[in-house]
Ligand binder design. Sequence first.
Ligand SMILES: Cc1ncc(COP(=O)(O)O)c(C=O)c1O
Length: 466
Amino acid sequence: MPAATGDEVLRFAQDDRVESAVPDTALVNSDLQSALDEARQAYAARNPKSFARHQESCEAMPGGNTRTTLHNSPFPLTVVRGEGCRLWDADGHEYIDVLGEYTAGIYGHSHPVIRAAIDRALNHGWNYGGRNANEAKLAKLVADRMPSIDLVRFTNSGTEGNVMALAGARVYAQRMGRTAATKVMVFHGGYHGGVLYFVSGGSPVNMPYEYIVAPYNDIEGTRALFSKHGGEIFAVLLEPMQGSHGCLPGDLDFLRMVREETRSHGITMIFDEVMTSRLAPGGLQEKTGVIPDMTTLGKYIGGGMSFGAFGGRRDIMELFDPTKPDHLPHAGTFNNNALTMAAGAAGYGEVYTPAAAQELNDRGEKIRQRLNAICQREKVAFQFSGIGSMMTAHATSRPIRTAADIASGSQDAKELFFFDMMAAGIWIARRGFVALNIMIGDAEGDRFVAAVEEFVTARKALLQAK
Ligand SMILES: Cc1ncc(COP(=O)(O)O)c(C=O)c1O
C-alpha cells in the first residue's frame, strides 16, 4: 500500500469534524464504505506527527515498513512511550494497550521486575561470547512447565524456533529410517512466522518444503490426507489455537485425532505454542492434555526481548547435543543473549507464574463473555472468538469453528472497528486481535468493554448479517 500523498494528507487535515470515537451523524452510518472512509480521514487528521514519521520511514524502508504486520492504511501510528498498560503516540494520544505486542507484551510496559533484571544484566556487560548464568535457569523453567519439553534450545524468534524444529524433525525421520518422509503437514490458516505462512493461501517467501495444507478442525478431511500421505510426512506443525488466523481454537477431538495419526505413522507432531503457551501455566498442551513430540515457543517468554525456542522429547532434542559425534549444528550469536535470558528468567520465573497465568486468562475469559453478551443483546453480526487472554473480533454471526466461518466476516466492518477503537483510545491490531497483559486491571477492562459497546450500538446498522 503506497503512503498517503501530500494531497491526501491535506484532505485529511482539513477534515477535522470528527471529535468523538464514533461520529454521531446518521449520515456516516448510511453505508459501510462511507463510514470507513470517514473513519480513515478522521484518523489521518488526528495524527499529523505520525504521518510525518511515516513519510521519513518511507525514505529508507519499502513502504516505510520493516514488519509487515504493522502496516495499515492510510499510515501506521508511531508509538513514543509505554508505561503499565498504556501507550502514547507521537501526537500525544493515550491508549489502553489491549494488543500486548501480539502476545509478546504480556508484562505490560516497563515491568519493574523485568526492568531490574535487565539493569542487573547491563551492569555486568552483555556480549560475552560465552555462557551466562540465566540461560540454564530459563531452560529449566521452560522444561518444568511445558509437558512435552524434556530439553530446549533458544533462538532469536518464534519463526526461527519453527525453522529449527522442522529441520530437526526431518533429520530425525531420516535417522529413524523414514527416508521417504520429505513433506510437512500444516493447516490452512496456520501462522508459524514470516517464512511459514499459511493464512491466506500461503506465501511466495515460505521455506521451500513440500507442504500438505490440511483443513483445520476438519477431522475427516485431515484423516483422509493422513491415509493418503502418511508415509511421506516427517512432521505436522500446528497451533493448538490458530492465533493470527483469528483465535480459532482447535477442537479437542481434532487435536486428539492429529496426535493419534502422527503417532501411528511415526510422524513428529510439533505444537507451535509461540502464542498459546500463555493460555495456561503449561500451555494449551497442558490444558487440552494433547502432548506433542516437540513444541516451539516465543514472544513473552523472553520478557519482551527477541526470543524463540524449540524443545521436545529427549531422543529428538539430543540430535542437537554437541557431545555426540553426528550432532546437528544449531548456532546463533544471540541464542543466549544476556538481556533476553535475564528478562526471560525474571519474567517467566517470577512474574508470569502459574497463578498469574490463571488470573490473566480468567480475566480474559470474563471480558470476552461480556463482549459477546453485548453483541448478542444488540443482535449484530459481530463477535469475539478465542481462549482466555487472547481473542479476535469477527464481523459475522456464524459460530467460529472453521476457516470458512472466519472468511464469512466483513473485512470492512473489522477495519471500521479498528479505527473506532483507536479513536476511543484502545490500542488494538488492525485485524481485531487482542492479547491482554497483566497490567490491565478492572478499570481498563471496563473501558475496553465500554468502547466496544459504544461501537456496537453506534454502528449497529452497519453490523447486520448479509
Ligand atoms: C503461532 C506463531 N508462531 C510463530 C510466530 C513467529 O514468531 P516471531 O514473530 O517471533 O518470529 C508467531 C508470530 O506471531 C506466531 O503467532
